[in-house]
Design a protein around this ligand. Sequence first.
Ligand SMILES: [Zn+2]
Ligand SMILES: [Zn+2]
Length: 335
Amino acid sequence: MDAIAAAQVLSEIGYLLRQNEAERFRAKAFAAAAWSIVVSRPDIDALHKANALTTIEGVGAGIAKILTGLIETGQSSYLERLRTEMGQPAREDESQIDLSKYRGDVHSHTKWSDGKATMLEMAEGAQAMGYRYLGITDHSPRITVVHGLGAERLLEQSREMAEVQSKVEDVTLLQGIEVDILEDGSLDLPDAVLELLDVVIASPHVKLRQEPASMTERMLRAVSNPHVDVIGHPTGRRPGSREGASYDFEAVFKEAAKHKVALEIDCDPARMDLSPEMARLALECGCNFTMDADAHAPVELFYVPMAAWMARRAGIPQDRILNFMDVDALTSALG
Ligand SMILES: [Zn+2]
Ligand SMILES: [Zn+2]
């Protein structure tokens, strides 16, 4: 069995367990094991034969037992049972996601804001993944704690990007921003700046507890901005610690579809946002998607398969996910 497929199963188990407060700690253990496997990609068949699954970081006896069942039968009866218990059974209309066709991530961070790596390290990371492109989308000024970028620093950043691009030729670097959606739905950078960028991800980060009617207005205004390409982690939820924003999702998703603004499935383990259930609603509303790791270090680029199981469960056809486009189709889709 492929380590990625196993990691996806453990991740979904963790995701389902997390919906039950009493299972918080087990949920964390499954999630940690999943992310450890997706990053290290061990030969789990060999480890199974050697009775050594517990040598994988984060895999204790209980999780090893689940993995054993999975490796021996190709499916997890435990996951099936959980899905049923949680009212989220396997469905006929799940999609097929072929990760070998994933062309690149459009949402990532560098040391220009709160990333842990330089732009060159991130670009080399994308190259090692076989990506054709990488969106560099650091934060906008509002996020002062991370030294967000205004017009002047974006210009400086573009000079560095030209240099990095000359060193990492087979990955097209897209200069972008993760711009904050302010309380009134305006964006944290002027249109004149946004229109110069290759990719604009607008994300809700603060004041997520706004009451639903004004939150709806806020999100409707953001998706209607002609420079916005993607809504990043559209609910702002942090499972286990913070509820996401509550708004008229259907109205906002329909408006996003109308303006060809994609919704993100952010598989940062602390986010998992949109959730598969919300992504299914967005699909029904006609939206396109991005599947992004929101990587703050090269190793986090390995997270993407977790977004893939979420998209599969949501039934999203691969051609509705921008990251499967080649760079020309992507840049024209981004406008
Ligand atoms: Zn964000
Ligand atoms: Zn981000």
